[in-house]
Design a protein around this ligand. Structure first.
Ligand SMILES: Cc1ncc(COP(=O)(O)O)c(C=O)c1O
Length: 402
């Protein structure tokens, strides 16, 4: 965030016109939520989904680990494998995972590459992706084999319609399906447990992008994909650069570190986690993020975040030209289509996003889509209802530029 941030005015002021009445939303911020973060108070941070935000206690835990590292580097690095095993076990227990079946990785993008590298493919085999898939994950698939891209109408009413559309796109050459657990631009659940079971039955290997699952969904590993990866640094309150890859037992022996390491002979997960002389403090502090979520009451946090995002989406849905997209479950991200001409291309979407940030001090995702992009709002424990009201008040002046 390099642009100057203009201090923002009271909730209902702005080029959107006179103060308006808004439907009632959640009445309060999450008790104690905002104080847990060092976020710039001049900014309405409505885009938790892109990069997350690290709570202060987790930042402090990581800072303490860094201090330890710099006080005695030899002692610190020698103990890293054992400490990682302990941290991995704590993460596994939060996720209900087999501690031998998950590995720390840097991010979802790395998870996609590790998983796809481990899938045996022959000439002529194809990988199925959807047009809601995240760019770097789709690129990992395309690097590995020819991809078939399923177009999923963002207005498909429910999970069943999504499932049927994906299954109808399978060809006799489809060996692998790479599916979002919760998609980034459209905030849709695509890899439902039923779709994963249907794919398994048809002999298709499933790779699930759970970038948004940990901390947003009650049971992120439900569904039993062959390969699943998820960020801890988005909704799991962990330091940036922390994620996990979960691999079903029958595939673990084929996982190969992307860069050869000193621990290759130990196999998954240690081979993947060894990064030579790197900063391991984020992974070691990651359990503190999930512990904090538990202490706050994860179910309460999820309900709060979802209600806030729904409140924001309801306000935006009242604006002319904005169309809400269906959402299957109570998620902490909601999206609406924008009028045609506003964010049809990546450049136009980025320009609009940065303009709103610079002029209004509001951080919100604007995503490109042919025929009219979209806007996504997120809810998190540091957000307050007034922040969405401010966005709804100023957005009309940007819509009229379409
Ligand atoms: C659905 C989805 N997949 C993958 C990613 C990539 O995550 P990372 O930048 O941690 O690799 C994102 C990031 O926002 C995402 O939303």
């Amino acid at each position: 965030m390099t642009e100057p941030i203009r201090p923002t005015g009271p909730a209902h002021e702005g080029p959107g016109g006179p103060a308006r009445a808004f439907p009632a939303g959640p009445a309060h911020a999450f008790p104690g939520g905002p104080a847990l973060f060092h976020l710039d108070p001049r900014v309405a941070h409505l885009n938790h989904g892109s990069f997350g935000a690290v709570p202060i206690p987790v930042q402090e835990a990581q800072a303490a680990l860094r201090a330890e590292l710099h006080a005695d580097p030899d002692a610190f690095f020698i103990a890293v494998p054992e400490r990682l095993a302990e941290a991995r076990t704590r993460i596994a227990s939060h996720l209900g995972a087999d501690p031998d079946g998950i590995a720390f990785i840097a991010n979802a993008t790395e998870g996609a590459n590790l998983a796809l590298d481990a899938v045996p493919l022959a000439d002529g085999d194809e990988i199925l992706v959807t047009d809601h898939g995240y760019g770097t994950v789709v690129a990992a698939a395309a690097r590995r084999a020819p991809v078939t891209t399923v177009a999923l109408d963002p207005h498909l009413p429910d999970e069943d319609a999504v499932r049927e559309t994906v299954l109808a796109a399978l060809t006799p050459r489809t060996r692998v399906a790479v599916l979002d657990h919760v998609s980034s631009p459209t905030a849709r659940t695509i890899a439902s447990p039923r779709l994963l079971a249907d794919l398994r039955e048809r002999g298709v290997t499933t790779v699930v992008d759970g970038a948004h699952a940990v901390g947003m969904l009650a049971d992120p590993l439900a569904g039993g994909a062959d390969f699943w990866f998820g960020n801890l640094h988005k909704w799991g309150y962990a330091p940036s650069g922390s994620a996990v890859l979960a691999v079903a037992p029958q595939h673990r022996h084929r996982i190969r570190a992307l860069v050869p390491s000193w621990e290759d002979q130990h196999g998954f997960p240690r081979s993947v986690e060894n990064r030579a002389t790197a900063d391991y403090t984020g992974w070691l502090a990651a359990p503190e993020g999930l512990d904090l979520l538990e202490r706050l009451d994860a179910a309460k946090v999820r309900a709060h975040n979802s209600a806030l995002a729904a409140h924001g989406a309801a306000l935006l849905a009242e604006l002319p030209g904005l169309t809400p997209l269906p959402h299957g479950e109570a998620l902490a991200m909601r999206t609406l289509r924008l009028p045609a001409g506003l964010a049809d291309t990546p450049d136009r979407a980025r320009e609009l996003r940065e303009l709103i940030a610079a002029e209004q001090g509001i951080r919100v995702l604007i995503w490109p889509w042919p025929g009219g992009g979209g806007i996504r709002v997120c809810g998190q424990i540091y957000n307050r209802p007034e922040e969405y009201e401010r966005l709804a008040a100023v957005l009309p002046s940007y819509l009229s530029r379409a």
